[in-house]
Ligand binder design. Structure first.
Ligand SMILES: *Cc1c(COP(=O)(O)O)cnc(C)c1O
Length: 348
């Protein structure tokens, strides 16, 4: 089975060798307070910082998932009020969880064909934390993240769950970036990544929340000695380390992502086999890593059925787009040969 689901998705085939390596070397049994773990975590963070070109003063944390990161932002970083801009199901859900933690939360929904920048003026004046979704996996929209759209005193937190690892992200434009590994990173589910700016840590220090096991200050205390605040998924951290060390750097990966996106755009804009088109007609608003196609419900069922019969899984529609969209992941683990295999089935 080849999965084009936008997460969990196809795992990098070379992950299997690294899993074997982790077994052979006893990595799967190491204690997270041991020297070996500290060396592994340090090496992993260094590899990510180098390959992804993360600013050296930003810090990396391993958590359990992107959903956990939503809550960490709300519990450790929001002062009196956060604002959530969203145009899809994931952004909305983040806003809802935040509202339950702090009822004083501003929810700002915007249209599928609008940008974050043209909605920034809706921000309430007493907001101290702006929450944005760079990769709205539910509808395939991708957003430009620009610090200058917002007042200088606010903290900016960005959900990049289905783009991190597939495109270059403008780290300096935000204070918190997070993702989970089963999307664009080609690793089995069970690990989340959070990347924080010095400004985010300053905020955490000034609020000084230490009520939750996963408050950023406790995560930071552990990170300083290359440990984690809980027993982490060491195997996935090892995969993260070895994959990052052996894959091309993120800049090169992004070029591949764009090249594969162009293949898909060319295909969908010229094919005559399916009554399906891009949900987002404006190319500049599309997320390069998740394609969302829309059409009649019967056509959506047909494409899912045809692909499944050939051992290929596509992403179902999500939220309000459940019955009239199909989603196709364009993650770095998806090779051009994988795409060609799918296109062959679609043109039989
Ligand atoms: C998948 C996804 C999440 C949730 O990720 P988990 O790993 O299930 O916590 C959050 N935000 C976006 C944009 C996603 O695509």
């Amino acid at each position: 089975m080849l999965s084009f689901y936008p997460g969990p998705s196809k795992v990098y085939p070379q992950a299997l060798d690294f899993i074997q390596e982790a077994f052979d070397q006893g990595i799967v049994s190491i204690n997270h307070r041991s020297k070996r773990f500290e060396i592994l975590l340090k090496e992993t963070m260094e590899a990510m910082t180098a390959s992804w070109n993360i600013p050296p003063d930003y810090t990396i944390y391993f958590v359990s998932s992107a959903t956990e990161a939503w809550e960490i932002v709300a519990q450790s970083l929001v002062g009196s009020k956060s604002a959530h801009f969203y145009n899809g199901a994931f952004g909305k859900k983040w806003g809802q969880y935040a509202s339950q933690i702090n009822p004083n939360t501003q929810l700002i929904s915007f249209g599928l064909h609008e940008s974050l920048a043209e909605n920034a003026s809706q921000l309430a004046s007493d907001v101290d934390t702006v929450c944005l979704v760079q990769s709205e996996t539910s509808n395939g929209t991708g957003q430009q993240i620009c610090r200058s759209d917002y007042p200088t005193n606010v903290l900016i937190a960005v959900d990049a769950t289905s783009s991190m690892g597939g495109i270059v992200l403008p780290w300096e434009e935000a204070d918190v970036w997070f993702a989970s590994v089963q999307k664009c990173l080609g690793i089995p589910a069970g690990l989340g990544i959070m990347i924080c700016s010095p400004k985010a840590l300053q905020r955490a220090h000034s609020l000084n929340h230490r009520k939750h096991y996963n408050d950023i200050l406790l995560m930071e205390d552990n990170r300083k000695s290359f440990q984690t605040h809980y027993t982490p998924n060491v195997l996935s951290i090892y995969l993260m380390c070895r994959l990052t060390q052996t894959l091309p750097d993120l800049h090169e990966i992004e070029q591949e992502t764009q090249r594969k996106l162009a293949i898909w755009e060319q295909f969908w804009e010229t094919q005559k086999h399916w009554d399906l088109q891009f949900l987002i007609p404006e190319k500049a608003r599309r997320l390069p890593t998740v394609l969302a196609l829309t059409g009649p419900a019967a056509e959506i069922e047909r494409i899912q059925r045809v692909c499944l019969a050939h051992g290929i899984e596509l992403g179902k529609g999500y939220g309000e787009w459940k019955s009239n969209t199909v989603r196709i992941a364009n993650f770095p683990s998806h090779t051009e040969a994988d795409i060609q295999q799918l296109i062959n089935i679609l043109t039989l």
